[in-house]
Design a protein around this ligand. Structure first.
Ligand SMILES: [Zn+2]
Ligand SMILES: [Zn+2]
Length: 276
């Protein structure tokens, strides 16, 4: 039975409430649901529309705790009727930004989570999610340097040991072509750091619906991760209930082809393996 961990609600850039997402998880027969809204502290972008603010974090966690308590009651059934629903896992998708690291550490330490996803959405001040026309204003060497900086940031994310899961690895491909310089060394160093930190990699199916038309990460990176013994989690990065398990069958086949036979689940930031 599938589980879906990387999801967004109206607390960040999703279009629905945690409760509505959980009810969709019930309808789909998921046996666990994780919610992981965005928290990004970037000094150059203090008012990111897609992130909650640090001040909103306690209220977000309180709402998830209420839902967790409700759904954990013995025999609790969703409002729509039917069988008891899946346990809710409380998470957060956090940007790894060295400049705000010192603000982030106490903020995260003050709360309990089931899992933390670490993601890189910026290289320095450049937003990776900038649309293609913005990328096209950059020279080819400048684009290559962003790719290089991205892999270096992933290495830093892993070495920070703050997270449980590395989000949408290989992300710059969303809106820009692959680099035209050889970054094998930087990529290998990032994967080695992920393995050394005991981080879980997600196979993020959102990429199939992006202009890259490929999951994050690319198949060759997935194989390289498996080779290093890096555990895997399949995630939809859903921003609406309809996407909760998008492309999961395809992802399972891709993971198997890369050698994976297990995936993981989290509770209280401890993971356990389950058959793929
Ligand atoms: Zn993300
Ligand atoms: Zn996300």
């Amino acid at each position: 039975m599938p589980h879906s961990y990387h999801t967004h609600t109206a607390w960040s850039d999703g279009d629905t409430s945690p409760r509505a997402l959980w009810e969709e998880a019930v309808r789909r027969g998921l046996d666990e649901l994780g919610i992981s809204d965005h928290l990004a502290l970037h000094p150059a972008y203090p008012d990111l529309a897609w992130s909650m603010t640090p001040d909103e974090l306690p209220a977000y966690l309180a709402e998830l705790a209420d839902l967790q308590a409700l759904t954990a009651q013995s025999g609790a059934a969703p409002a729509t009727g039917g069988p008891p629903g899946p346990p809710l896992r409380v998470g957060l998708e956090v940007d790894f930004i060295p400049a705000t690291h010192d603000r982030l550490v106490p903020l995260l330490a003050a709360h309990a989570f089931d899992f933390l996803i670490g993601s890189v959405h910026f290289v320095g001040d450049f937003p990776i999610e900038a649309p293609p026309p913005v990328w096209q204003t950059l020279s080819e060497p400048a684009r290559n340097e962003i790719w290089r900086g991205y892999w270096q940031a992933i290495r830093g994310l892993a070495e920070s040991r703050m997270f449980d899961i590395v989000g949408h690895l290989d992300y710059p491909k969303k809106f820009t072509p692959p680099p035209t310089v050889d970054l094998r060394h930087e990529i290998a160093a990032a994967l080695d750091a992920i393995a050394a930190a005991g981080l879980v990699l997600e196979l993020n199916t959102n990429g199939w619906d992006s202009p890259a038309a490929e999951a994050y990460p690319a198949p060759a990176l997935l194989e390289a991760a498996h080779h290093r013994g890096i555990p895997l989690l399949i995630s939809a990065d859903a921003h609406r209930p309809a996407d909760l398990t998008r492309h999961f069958e395809r992802a399972g086949a891709l993971a198997r082809a890369a050698g994976y036979r297990e995936t993981v689940r989290f509770a209280g930031r401890r993971r356990r393996a389950v058959p793929l």
